[in-house]
Design a protein around this ligand. Sequence first.
Ligand SMILES: [Zn+2]
Length: 302
Amino acid sequence: MRAARLSAKRLGRPFRRRAALLPLVFAVALAAPPGAQAQPRVPPLALVGHLLPESPDPVRVVVIDPGHGGFDPGSPGADGVLEKDVALAVGLAVARALEGVPDLEVHLTRDRDVGIPVWDRGDMATRLKGERPGILLSIHANALDDLNTRGVETYFLSEARTEHERRVAALENAPAAGGGDGGATTTDDPALAFILNELRNLDHIHWSADLAQIVQERLAAVHPGRDRGVKQAPLAVITNALMPSVLVEVGFVSHPAEARMLMDPDFHAAAAEALAEAVVEFFERYPPGASSGEVSGAGSGR
Ligand SMILES: [Zn+2]
């Protein structure tokens, strides 16, 4: 349950976030009975006045989730490369690439080789985000029996439409099911169907698809493998994150050359730069109505 905050800019304005308490403070004041003035329950207005927000909170939150870890190695690849190690290396590099971006708070669900139950990750991201605009970026690597397949693909939460999407959902959800034989891969699962329906009523699917498109474009531009496009699947890790959420498969550990690349620090840096740029680009349009340009300069702090 460890979360590393690598960058927390402009969080030194301690009173702004307490402004949400003001309605409660005034409600208590109105409810105080006449004559109950011996111990005033609320501070004088002169004291609470400086708690009023000057402007909406400009801070955006990005939760980077390196997939698998610890007891859960993820997909095994060529030459002993493990998905969990690729995910952690890329995740740490993305966090570094986002250091110094103004008004961006960056968290990692894990910064070392520890296991986190897959259903806990979305909850963790939701708690870290709080009431701020934020996103979850879950980082994974793919595997197939066909060792010639390589490339990058990005998922957002929806029903799987193809056999490949169903297979990836089964792989990624396997730890959630407590075994290695699949898991909640279709909406035949009533609990998952309920969650999917709830989320459809929110705006997150739309924004997740938008984020997935940006992530895919940016990463494919620096990736030597094929651009496999944006895909949809009911992935446990992003299902219960109440924010735009995507899962990116940064390559295939099953492809021998790509497995070597996925352990190469040069690739980690290039992929991280691309993903950091995607995050910044997304926040230029999200949340809707926010002035653009609040967040800029991905990688400038590197
Ligand atoms: Zn994975």
